[in-house]
Design a binder for this molecule. Structure first.
Ligand code: SF4
Length: 743
């Protein structure tokens, strides 16, 4: 007997609603949920393969504990005893910073990953925090923090209403969108063109997205900030700046005009390899459009001027009056967001409140660069203790961080490593304890993170589609117990973690005059929460305190968990609306157009106008059937065009004597590798491209299918020293390499 169940897809940022077919305790099929209020039936090949991802036979079913150098299966109690015994002595002897925490990208794709790591970090008080953000979008957080006073205030393009979309370093036809949650992103782009809108793509590769565009600008990698600065300069010099309704909320316009005055199109054209006339045309088209949105993603972040490029994206949106207006870029308002506070000055955003121990990298958003993790473990200094123990949650930095070989070795030297991971992968193979969460079908889902970047306000929640198998532990309970074990409370009831969070949150809300529960009894509010589990009660609390919530009775028609459960396909909360000055938390209470750290970094950008690569440079690429290193063990998602090949332009191939399919040696500052060539004019001459997340050939990992086609680890070409200085983000695109035909 088969049945169906709904599940929000966790396999990329688009958050499509799926209808799963279930036989017994197995997912045997997945299709788009046609009634989902947001995705309306859309599904991509990854979502359609949900059953294969969920049922991967290499998923660990029980914890693993290291004994006499080898990992063996163990029970949950034994595993948590080992975690407490391994972590606590390190903290007690060497202090909290000797215990590092690494959070991987899947944390933002699970409820547990959103709800528990903040509690763990708050209790540990370690400054040794590393996440996937510093090999991805940290520049955007930093630029938003500096402009708007809130690192999470990220305005997203109003895809369904805009007349003109300028996409930079983004390939949503493969990625399905990032920092812009939009199920069926490709369909939304086609709809833009069908309604007469204009799509421009800036990318050194002629991607599938670029092929859809009205205009494709094949820029030299790493020079987006120069192009954007020159576009802003054109807006100023041609009198095209028009802030519209934004004007009362913006300060620093004249300072910005002066700071960008010398970034003429002619001064950047050689560095960007884009004609000055084309730069002027880009600026004029943007200014002339009735509404327009500039949106940039990973290709513009993972470069030496990532923060400046991210800042300039919003500068262009502001100068053309497109920030915070329909058809431009708008700040979403998620159902679990804090109720907007009254406008006014905020605390602002600080960078560099502390520094890494070895190279003195400044923290950003409380994080140190992932590129510095290896040296923070393996290098002794007089500044303090190296990291001696590590908690890794859903991360595989041996593949995702620069210089995986060095990190691989460093992880092996730790006193203790605990990994929360469903697989024994290239990183968790070093663990002393591995704690495997259940497959997604056995977990509840609500998108705390991605609803904050969604192109339409909506809310959805799906309970586990399949009950927990015997012997499994819910991921929420794993992380609650890990929090207790790491903070000296091993053995306490894991439900106490949720109860403590509820008590603190409600206690704060009843003291806040702007809250709908101001002055009420927090104990009475806590008693009225509904939900079958601690995480559900927390979700109920956040919904009820949120901007659409019932305010615990103050707004009887508002959202609660019960209301959400009565709408299994979700609740549409309407299109994005203008919100300024609400999201602003700068000290001035305004958009601060030229923050001091940005102004101080402009001379470096000015100097980059004279820089040219001496040889070829490398960029990454994304494939529709892949997402980082997650799904390479699923046969239906690998093979075909999803291969770890080196894209080489025919002119470069001819010059170097490289044939299609031949082996090419690629050498970078951190090491070298050999990859098969795929000759294609989709990359511009002088640029080669390799996807990341491959390199599944290390002994001790248990990824049987991935090991049959391991690919190579592109991050091994990096030595970890190339960073965007403001954000600490690793430079992964436009890196210089040497190429040679391999024997
Ligand atoms: S687009 Fe993303 S969320 Fe939607 S089905 Fe595909 S992987 Fe899942």
């Amino acid at each position: 007997m088969s049945r169906t169940a709904l599940r929000i897809c966790p396999l990329c940022e688009a958050t499509c609603g799926l209808t799963l077919t279930i036989e017994g305790s197995r997912v045997t099929g997945a299709r788009g949920d046609g009634e989902d209020v947001f995705s309306k039936g859309f599904v991509c090949p990854k979502g359609a393969a949900f059953g294969a991802v969920d049922g991967d036979p290499d998923r660990l079913r029980t914890p693993l504990v290291r004994e006499n150098g080898r990992l063996r299966e163990a029970g949950w109690e034994e595993a948590f005893d080992a975690v407490a015994a391994g972590l606590r002595p390190v903290v007690e002897r060497y202090g909290p910073d000797a215990l590092g925490v690494v959070l991987g990208n899947p944390n933002v794709h699970t409820m547990a990953g959103a709800l528990y790591p903040p509690v763990l970090l708050g209790a540990l008080r370690t400054r040794s925090l590393f996440t996937a953000s510093t090999v991805d979008q940290m520049p955007k957080h930093v630029s938003s923090g500096l402009l708007f006073g809130d690192a999470h205030a990220i305005a997203v393009p109003d895809l369904d209403r805009t007349d003109h979309l300028l996409l930079i370093g983004a390939n949503p036809l493969e990625s399905n969108g990032s920092l812009c949650t939009a199920p069926d992103f490709p369909g939304r782009l086609k709809a833009l063109r069908a309604r007469g809108g204009h799509l421009t793509v800036v990318d050194p590769r002629r991607t599938r997205t670029a092929r859809l565009a009205d205009r494709h600008v094949a820029i030299r990698p790493g020079t987006d900030a120069l192009l954007l600065a020159a576009m802003a300069q054109v807006l100023f010099t041609e009198g095209l700046v028009d802030l519209g309704g934004l004007a009362p909320h913006v300060e620093g316009i004249e300072e910005l005009r002066a700071a960008l005055g010398d970034f003429t199109p002619e001064s950047v054209t050689a560095a960007c390899d884009v004609e000055a006339d084309e730069i002027r045309a880009l600026a004029r088209e943007l200014a002339a459009a009735r509404t327009a949105a500039v949106y940039a993603r990973i290709g513009s972040c993972t470069v030496p001027h990532g923060t400046l490029a991210s800042w300039l994206v919003d500068v262009l949106n502001i100068l053309t009056g497109n920030l915070d207006r329909p058809g431009g870029v708008l700040f979403p308002l998620a159902a679990t967001a804090r109720t907007p506070r009254p406008p006014g000055p905020g605390h602002g955003f600080a960078l560099g409140r502390w520094h890494s121990r070895v190279r003195r990298h400044p923290e950003a958003k409380g994080e140190l660069p992932l590129a510095a993790l290896a040296e923070e473990i393996d290098t002794a200094t007089e500044e303090g203790e190296p990291i001696r123990a590590l908690i890794v949650v859903a991360a595989n930095p041996v593949l995702s961080a620069p210089d995986g070989n060095r990190l691989d070795k460093a992880l092996g030297s730790l006193d203790f490593l605990v990994s929360v991971d469903p697989y024994l992968n290239e990183t968790s193979r070093h663990a002393h304890v591995v704690l495997p969460p259940p497959p997604p079908s056995q977990s509840p889902h609500h998108d705390f993170a991605f609803n904050a970047f969604a192109v339409r306000n909506q809310v959805r929640y799906t309970r586990p589609a399949i009950p927990l198998e015997p012997g499994r532990m819910a991921e929420t309970e794993i992380l609650a117990r890990l929090t207790l074990a790491a903070t000296g409370m091993h053995g306490a009831d894991p439900g106490a973690v949720d109860a403590m969070v509820v008590e603190q949150a409600l206690g704060k809300a009843v003291r806040d005059p702007g809250s709908p529960v101001y002055g009420r009894d927090p104990g009475e509010l806590a008693a009225s929460l509904t939900g079958g589990t601690g995480p559900e009660r927390r979700l109920d609390m956040m919904l009820r305190l949120g901007p659409y919530g019932d305010g615990f009775g103050a707004r009887p028609d508002g959202l609660t968990l019960a209301v959400l459960l009565a709408h299994p396909h979700g609740i549409d909360l309407g299109p994005l609306r203008p919100r300024l000055p609400g999201p602003l938390k700068t000290r001035s209470g305004k958009v601060e157009l030229l923050p001091a750290p940005i102004a101080a970094d402009l001379p470096r950008l000015r100097a980059a106008r004279d820089e040219r690569p001496a040889g070829p440079v490398l960029v990454g690429r994304r494939h529709l059937r892949s997402n980082n290193s997650w799904m390479h063990n699923v046969p239906v998602l690998t093979g075909g065009s999803n291969r770890c090949t080196l894209h080489v332009h025919p002119e470069d191939a001819a010059r170097l004597g490289i044939r299609d399919g031949a082996r090419v040696r690629v050498k970078g500052a951190g090491g070298e590798l050999v990859a098969p060539a795929e000759i294609t004019d989709a990359v511009r001459p002088g640029v080669v491209s390799l996807p990341h997340g491959w390199g599944h050939d290390r002994p001790g990992a248990r990824l049987a299918h991935a090991a049959t086609t391991p690919g190579v680890n592109v991050n091994q070409l990096l030595d970890g020293t190339l960073l965007d200085p403001l954000s600490g983000n690793a430079v992964l695109n436009g890196i210089p390499v040497e190429l040679a035909a391999a024997p």
